[in-house]
Design a protein around this ligand. Structure first.
Ligand code: GLN
Length: 537
């Protein structure tokens, strides 16, 4: 087993997760079995209850774990299937240690950060190594070197790497090399300082990945090499991507990073064959067609709040040789000025998942616009609930139809709390979570798109379609074409009389990949492309 530890310096948001994931791609394409894992130094037990404003999207795994969005990159860039073991926060570490202490598990010893917290962290590295049976485990440490709460993690990996020996464990440090306009040059001092900080802790990086907005000159590379004590070829340039994050693996390959990693870890492998990845990129950069898709949400101003949705749309584009231009639309704006100006001319409309009542009426208005103007529509989770309310109010004439999440006294609770959710008071990890079986109706659009009748999709919700209304909806052409295992929960709906109107209670965006777009996104973009080219479906 070989270990790569990825740390970050100078500032956050350098794309450590992306770098780790891209390295994973390269190593996989060298024939190695790779696993990835993320350590997050904050004290929340998991990111499930964190505000998207601070933390971006909550990414859900098959086993229902609510995790950091970097795990989304890991799953999209490699073939790993992650579980609750692959994301560890300080909160979880401390909770485990304190619970053991309460049970008397430390036999009266003084419980300390070193060795008890650090041991707990190392145990997790070993556990993931063992369970994954991978050749290489890449562990990313969240946060920035120098953060107080990150120290136990750094100490833990320092000790761990020492134990493994230099041919089995290496450190890769992602750092910023900023361009200072007044001086007209790239500056290496922040990198020097962040490496100095790491070395103070006892970690000497083997590889420096330099994030920059222009090429590193030979002189800059030499300077970094000399002052940071890494060989010249271990100074890796990772420039801001021009078109797409899927450029990163190719960029790192050009810098021979995977070659270096394999040499350091004494892994004899052939070079990575990245031809399929190059093909993906060609379709991204120079597609045959183009569509504009409107995403109507609540956290639209945030780069990361709908990360997987945006990625899955891009994948749908790759599958259709179609560039996807995403129009991010604030649901509240639609409430203010009506849907016409904002939604006109779009090739497709998507309403993603969400919580809380801000912007709800704007989302309903967007669904109505898509239904009435016969614009391809995809609704995800809350988006399916909005489609249900819209159809109830405007087609079935159920005045005041709503979800009990937003209106407790609605005369028509077409979306209501699931039985198993009643009486729950704890917030973290208590929704209907993770992969569940979905059965698709024979002859439905969904079954055609999937090419299957039984699929597994990831969930994260408390409310559901109210079965008391099922017959009325179906009779009016609101077809329930996907249900849970026993047919009880509505999982997927489509409109009979519409070119493409599909909505699901689950989150297909979590299982889409650049080279294997999720079927619903593939179908949605295909429909949008047809619609926008004026040919109609
Ligand atoms: N708020 C809705 C529910 O809990 C939808 C959740 C979501 O979109 N993830 O059911």
């Amino acid at each position: 087993m070989k270990y790569i530890f990825v740390t970050g310096g100078v500032v956050s948001s350098l794309g450590k997760g992306l770098t780790a994931a891209a390295l994973g791609t390269l190593l996989e394409n060298r024939g190695l079995k790779v696993c990835l894992q993320k350590f997050d130094p904050y004290l929340n037990v998991d990111p499930g209850t964190m505000n998207p404003y601070q933390h971006g999207e909550v990414y859900v795994l098959d086993d229902g774990t609510e995790t950091d969005l970097d795990l989304g990159h890991y799953e999209r860039f490699t073939h790993v299937k992650l579980t609750r073991l692959n994301n560890l926060t300080s909160g979880r570490v401390y909770l485990n240690v304190l619970e053991r202490e309460r049970r008397g598990g430390y036999l009266g010893k003084t419980v300390q950060v070193i060795p008890h917290i650090t041991d707990e962290i190392q145990d997790r590295i070993r556990e993931v190594a063992e369970v994954s049976k991978a050749d290489v485990l890449i562990t990313e440490i969240g946060g920035t070197t120098g953060d107080i709460e990150g120290l136990p993690f750094l100490e833990a990996i320092r000790e761990f790497a020492l134990e493994q020996g230099p041919a089995n464990a290496i450190f890769l440090h992602v750092t910023l090399v900023p361009f200072i306009r007044a001086a007209g040059e790239l500056k290496t001092k922040p990198t020097q300082q962040s490496v100095a900080k790491l070395r103070e802790i006892g970690i000497t990086p083997h590889i420096l990945v330099c994030r920059c907005d222009r090429p590193l000159s030979k002189e800059v590379r030499q300077k970094i090499s000399l002052f940071c004590n890494v060989p010249y070829e271990a100074v890796i340039e990772e420039r801001d991507v021009e078109h797409s994050i899927y450029e990163v693996p190719l960029m790192l390959q050009r810098e021979r990073m995977d070659e270096l990693v394999c040499r350091l870890l004494q892994l004899a492998t052939p070079p990575a064959d990245m031809s399929h990845w190059q093909d993906i990129l060609r379709r991204l950069i120079a597609p045959q067609h183009r569509v504009r898709i409107g995403v109507v949400g609540k956290y639209i101003g945030l780069q990361d709040a709908y990360k997987s949705v945006y990625e899955a749309l891009t994948h749908g584009g790759v599958a259709n040789d179609c560039g996807v231009e995403i129009e991010r639309l604030e649901a509240e704006q639609i409430e203010k000025e009506g849907p016409d100006r904002l939604l006109k001319g779009l090739g497709g409309i998507l309403v993603p998942g969400g919580f809380g009542d801000r912007g709800i009426e704007g989302k309903i208005a967007a669904v109505r616009y898509a239904r009435e103007h016969r614009i391809p529509f995809l609704g995800l989770c809350l988006g399916m609930q909005m489609a249900t309310i819209e159809f109830g109010r405007h087609v079935l004439g159920l005045a005041g139809a709503h979800s009990t999440e937003f209106d407790k006294t609605t005369p028509h609770p077409v979306i209501a709390l699931m039985e198993e959710q009643k009486g729950l008071t704890e917030l973290g990890g208590t929704m209907r979570l993770g992969a569940q079986e979905v059965q698709l109706k024979v002859g439905s659009r969904a079954a055609r798109l999937y090419g299957a009748f039984v699929v597994h999709e990831r969930h994260r919700h408390r409310y559901e379609f109210n079965n008391a209304y099922r017959d009325r909806y179906e009779a009016a052409g609101f077809l329930i074409t996907g249900t849970s295992h026993h047919g009880e929960l509505v999982e997927l709906i489509e409109l009979a009389d519409h070119p493409f109107f599909v909505a699901c209670q689950f989150h297909p965006e979590f299982q889409s990949k650049p080279d294997a777009a999720h079927p619903l996104f593939r179908g949605f973009i295909a429909a949008a492309r047809q619609y926008q080219s004026g040919r109609g479906p």
